[in-house]
Design a protein around this ligand. Structure first.
Ligand code: PMP
Length: 434
């Protein structure tokens, strides 16, 4: 039991003295004081199953990751201007998981910083600043990332698209203009990219980059139709642009069949951005690119990053990669995710409210609709369910433009027994909603 401040004291301090746009989960916020595996514990010691924290990827406070960080923190933490084994050992290990063409690493501290740097690399390489972005996407909190995120610039407080930012259709096989995971729908969605490239060409311009999450997270836990990225990448490259895969949410084995989600679409990006799970909660991130793009960034201006690539972050990053391998977490994500999706699909047969169940590995979306034909989003029922899950000690949140998708992306320490628990509570909740 924790003897710290009361929830009321923390809440009132936050309101007065912390950023005014901080949000809190739940009508009655939780005070969380400890984490282990796939569970979080409140100040009373009550365990909550964490279904949504894809940052603490190998499990909250994994002892090997904690030990690696503690040991290096007690020895040395500096910037990258001295020679140190950790930096090269870690880069070597991380690059070994990537296609051969992607052979240069740059270390930063957050997913936003990684995408920010990716845009700079692309601009230097292509001599263009025209950016193609997928509708509904989110890529981070910096100026350039907000400008690249329709979720933000088209949302509350947003200022619309900058003149050099061009939206392409969200390739959503459930709710989009072209339904189903077919090569026809893949090509039809890719046509929207072709159209934007043609509009640019008509003005004598060409794209700098096309940025796309390898599976859509914020836009609605969407699995794009097979073949979509192959077609889009070909078009973007033919027009002189580069292809950025944002793996900040979906990388590091979560999809089960592969280490990187772009591999499920059979493509090799020109730039890959990594974040969230990379340090299991320690703030670190990376950009991986080709020799040619890294060469083009050598303009005479140094890129210096005070914390990026420090020996502590590298020690932690190495431990995360080791744990993924030693504990076979990618395979675990595949098996547990498949089992989980099967259970959810069975429930879908019983409850009309479940319009769609989709996912790869332990990245799953359950889309709730009032009516399966009209697909009217069941937004209120989805938020009711999230509170119901909390009362039953399961934490998750909603996703998508209508907030009608249950977003499931737990730490990979999540088990089939945890999946059963979730399905039991979902069934009880859906029954109450009948
Ligand atoms: N890209 C994606 C796909 C993300 O989901 C996020 C964070 N939600 C970011 C980038 C930004 O990462 P960070 O918050 O670490 O800056």
């Amino acid at each position: 039991v924790d003897n710290g401040k009361s929830k009321a004291d923390i809440t009132s301090f936050r309101q007065k003295h912390l950023g005014k746009t901080l949000s809190l989960s739940y009508q009655q916020p939780l005070k969380i004081v400890r984490g282990q595996g796939a569970y979080l514990y409140d100040e009373q010691g009550t365990p909550y199953l964490d279904m949504v924290n894809n940052v603490c990827h190998v499990g909250h406070c994994h002892p090997k990751v904690v030990a690696a960080g503690q040991a290096q923190l007690a020895k040395l933490n500096t910037n990258t201007r001295y020679l140190h084994d950790n930096l090269v050992n870690y880069a070597d290990k991380l690059l070994a998981t990537m296609p051969d063409e992607l052979s240069v690493c740059m270390f930063v501290n957050s997913g936003s910083e990684a995408n920010e740097l990716a845009f700079r690399l692309a601009r230097c390489y292509t001599k263009s600043k025209e950016l193609l972005v997928v509708d509904g996407a989110y890529h981070g909190n910096t100026n350039a990332c907000i400008e690249a995120s329709p979720y933000k610039f088209d949302g509350p407080g947003g200022e619309g698209a900058q003149p050099y930012v061009h939206k392409v259709s969200l390739p959503d096989p459930y709710r989009g203009a072209y339904l189903g995971d077919t090569s026809e729908s893949a090509l039809a969605y890719a046509d929207s990219v072709k159209t934007e490239i043609a509009k640019l060409a008509a003005q004598g311009k060409h794209p700098s980059a096309y940025i796309c999450e390898s599976l859509q997270g914020v836009a609605g836990q969407i699995i794009m139709p097979q073949g979509y990225l192959t077609e889009v990448y070909a078009q973007v490259r033919a027009a002189g642009g580069v292809c950025i895969a944002d793996e900040v949410q979906v990388g590091f084995g979560r999809v089960g069949t592969h280490m990187w989600a772009f591999e499920t679409q059979n493509v090799t990006p020109d730039i890959v951005t990594l974040g969230k799970p990379i340090g299991n909660g320690h703030p670190m991130a990376a950009v991986i690119t080709t020799q040619a793009i890294a060469d083009a960034f050598v303009t005479g201006m140094e890129y210096f990053n005070t914390f990026g690539g420090n020996p502590v972050s590298c020690a932690i990053g190495m431990a995360v990669l080791d744990v993924i391998k030693d504990e076979k977490l990618q395979q675990h994500a595949l098996e547990t995710g498949n089992y989980f999706q099967q259970q959810l699909k069975q429930l879908q047969q019983e409850f009309q409210l479940i319009g769609d169940v989709r996912g790869l590995g332990l990245f799953i979306g359950v889309e709730l609709v009032e009516n399966r034909d009209s697909k009217q989003p069941a937004t209120d029922k989805t938020s009711w369910l999230v509170e119901y899950f909390k009362q039953n000690h399961i934490l998750l949140s909603t996703e998508g433009p209508f907030y009608n998708i249950l977003k499931i992306k737990p730490p990979l320490a999540f088990s089939c027994a945890d999946a059963d628990k979730f399905v039991r509570v979902l069934k009880a909740g859906l029954t109450e909603l009948l």
